[in-house]
Design a protein around this ligand. Structure first.
Ligand code: PA5
Length: 451
């Protein structure tokens, strides 16, 4: 994996950074941030760096996936935010396309994998009606064990299962992924002997894709989790240096932090030219937003996908406010490139396409978009991936997670907390009558200002 940041620098791009700064002040600032992160890591506060080396957990996850997990036709993960997005990303990137629509053979006899994150009755009800719940295992994923959306889904499903299979068999349809000691889910699991997987206490939700939160749904659908962790480990090793230009996560964090704070470019677009990595952009969005948006500062992550968004957002990226950096994800090889036949050679709009492949078209569009942005003076970064496989995805997760904690240190904010989501949670509890929480007054609500 290569992080190519030529198009962030002057004179290559008009709005670029002077390369001399990368060996001067920006390198010094990064070295400080690196040391701050290392200090927290040594204190045991940042656990995700060490996940590639936890082979005992990996073995356990694999065992539970190979045994219990394979008794079912469907696995439904209930989890939101960091407890759901990793599984979606892994499924969409690494499983065969349209996985849940394939027959058993098309899935190599592994189960279907659904992720319910939103408690939207219009999604939840129809899915539960459609699945044969007798053949379905529910993986309830909540580190805290108290997230309203996830717990409500658990209650709805538990009751449906009880009606269908009887109360005594309900526990056989659940596996919980939660804190090793605390929380309601742990309590229920202990009381009812429901199988569990643990989330290390020092790994927060959005940094937990390489814990059983992401590993188990991946393993149960046949993903090579050892390769995933090996890729992550290789990236973690590459980032063990305070020398800015040798540390890919350092370069990413430093340039994006600089763009936000000194260049007026706080909007960071992640644009994979790959359908399989569309969900990775959503995973990044949560990681970047919830980690860095605090204390009145922070970048706004914006997911996009190439080439689709060339017909949607690229107009804005080219001619809108000069407030963005586009991070392209370029994939060298992704299966059959699909030849374009040389039909209609006499029609100029079609003739030039024949003899090329869809892969060539897609990659040419990416290169052309980066160049068009450059000509318009707008910076971009390209992350080049050999292919989309477990090892590459592991490396990509680790790259962005490390970049996030560096970016937090550079900005002087704590990337591991999310105090801004607490008030909304408390007000929701009040509205639903949870003990100890009062309903909000909703401030000023004048009927004249409703139409
Ligand atoms: O990144 C985070 O910490 C959050 O997005 C959480 O993952 C999310 O709120 C779900 O929390 P929990 O796993 O406790 O249900």
């Amino acid at each position: 994996m290569v992080v190519d940041f030529n198009l962030m620098l002057s004179p290559g791009v008009a709005d670029g950074v002077d390369p001399a700064r990368l060996t001067g002040p920006l390198a010094a600032r990064f070295a400080d941030a690196y040391r701050a992160v290392e200090a927290r890591r040594e204190k045991g506060e940042i656990g995700f760096f060490d996940l590639p080396w936890t082979s005992e957990t990996t073995r356990h996850v694999q065992e539970v996936a190979d045994s219990f997990g394979q008794w079912f036709e469907n696995v439904v993960l209930l989890g939101i935010g960091g407890s759901g997005l990793g599984a979606v990303t892994l499924r969409d990137a690494l499983l065969a396309p349209h996985w849940n629509e394939r027959d058993t053979e098309g899935r190599d006899y592994f189960p279907r994998l659904y992720v319910l994150d939103n408690p939207d009755p219009a999604t939840v009800g129809p899915l539960l009606d459609r699945l044969d719940l007798r053949k379905t295992l529910f993986n309830v994923v909540s580190k805290s064990g108290s997230t309203a959306e996830t717990m409500a889904l658990y209650l709805v499903i538990r009751e449906r299962l009880a009606v269908l299979v009887g109360e005594e068999k309900v526990r056989g349809h659940f596996i919980f992924t939660t804190d090793p000691e605390k929380g309601a889910l742990r309590h229920i699991a202990d009381a009812e002997k429901i199988p569990t997987l643990s989330v290390p206490p020092n790994v927060g939700g959005r940094f937990s894709v390489l814990t059983p939160v992401g590993l188990w749904p991946a393993a149960v659908t046949g993903v090579d989790i050892a390769a995933l962790l090996a890729g992550a480990g290789a990236m973690e090793e590459r980032c063990r240096t305070d020398k800015l230009l040798e540390n890919p996560a350092g370069v990413l964090a430093t340039l994006l932090h600089h763009a936000t704070t000194e260049d007026g470019k706080p909007i960071h677009v992640l644009m994979p030219y790959s359908d399989r990595l569309r969900s990775f952009a959503l995973w990044f969005q949560q990681l970047w937003a919830e980690s860095l948006g605090k204390a009145g500062t922070g970048p706004t992550p914006l997911p996009a996908v190439g080439a689709t968004d060339q017909h949607s957002q690229v107009q804005l990226f080219m001619e809108g406010p000069r407030d963005k950096v586009v991070i392209f994800l370029a994939v060298k090889v992704d299966g059959d490139p699909v030849a374009i036949p040389a039909l209609h050679p006499e029609i100029v709009e079609l003739g030039y396409l024949g003899g090329h492949t869809l892969a060539e078209l897609l990659d040419s569009e990416r290169r052309a978009t980066a160049e068009a942005l450059r000509q318009a003076g707008r910076p971009s970064i390209t992350i080049e991936l050999e292919k989309v496989d477990a090892a590459t995805l592991g490396a990509l997760f680790m790259l962005f997670q490390i970049a996030t904690v560096y970016a937090g240190a550079l900005a002087g904010v704590d990337p591991l907390d999310q105090p801004g989501v607490e008030l909304g949670k408390r007000l929701t509890y009040g509205l639903l009558g949870r003990e100890g929480f009062s309903p909000p007054s909703f401030g000023h609500a004048d009927p004249r200002w409703r139409v």
